[in-house]
Design a protein around this ligand. Sequence first.
Ligand code: CA
Ligand code: CA
Ligand code: CA
Length: 360
Amino acid sequence: MTIAKRHTFPLFLVMVVPFGVFGANAEQGRGLRFALSDALSPPSAGGDSLATAQIAPPNPATPTLLPTPASPPTSPVAVTAPPREYACVRTKIAPTLDGKLDDAGWIAAPWTEDFLDIQGPALSAPRFRTRAKMLWDTTHFYIAAELREPHLWATLKTHDEIVFHDNDFEVFIDPDGDSREYYEIEVNALGTIFDLYLHKRYKEDGPAEHAWNAEGLRTAIHLDGTLNDPTDTDRAWTLEWAIPWSAFKPPELPLPSFSEKTRAAAAPKAGEVWRVNFSRVQWTTTLEGKTASQEAPALPINDSYTQPAPPIESAPGTPAFPYQKVPGKPEDNWVWSPQWQIDMHDPKYWGKVKFVDTTR
Ligand SMILES: [Ca+2]
Ligand SMILES: [Ca+2]
Ligand SMILES: [Ca+2]
């Protein structure tokens, strides 16, 4: 199954609450971080049809500034390695955006290291393999990723919903590496995008600007398996993104500018290094291996799965036992370059991506 989308809607200006909260885990920090902005947002207009691939633009809201709560202490892990590095090769032929990574450019491009826990190699290794590739040309930054996944699951369908409430793949990009004026894009297995701009880190009172959109972004996802069907075992999802360099443009905000605006959303020069990191958010669901039988008396579905009783009433055409998050269990965060803390918003730990041009 391949899902392709193109985002070309205009930019809307929305001031979102500054929020500097990071708890002892990413669920706490993220949940708090979005609680107020969610509350201030107008109600969702509902899911968009994948068939038409139309994405509703976010509705404008009244600019609002609220005081930042005190940040609880975090417990960072000792830093034992420098940030990851990757040589991003300029490609002569743009990949075909179909979610499949069989393009000549992707075949030639090296994989990143396998993702590990956000706090580094001292923590448990991820349950499922994740890795990425990057390419560039004069018009776009291309990103590919492979996420091994025995239970393809996604529910969110509306642009700029909080996509990490599903399992997702995320990229963080700070072109000039000053830890200010940087960008984040998230996607789930349905291809739903949540893209946002950070004026400063949350620890420095943000704010996050959800109304920023990666204009001209094209995405495609290939599902190696069946989405939202717990009666079988899936294998992976792969994705391709083409992000125009022109998308890396800070929105107009009533805030002081740093250096990103002077870059004028230009393509990198050969040899330039940008700070980039990838994150995979992975929730544990009630149909992952032993979890179901640990939670409640179980009903057998097949040789592989059990499901807590009683079964959940489902809409016609949907599986009788939809995936459910395990209540109270925080998400896992698996990343390319370890952050040594449960906080993606510390760009000094992001990977160093060097744009290499061997075509001349
Ligand atoms: Ca492709
Ligand atoms: Ca920056
Ligand atoms: Ca957005």
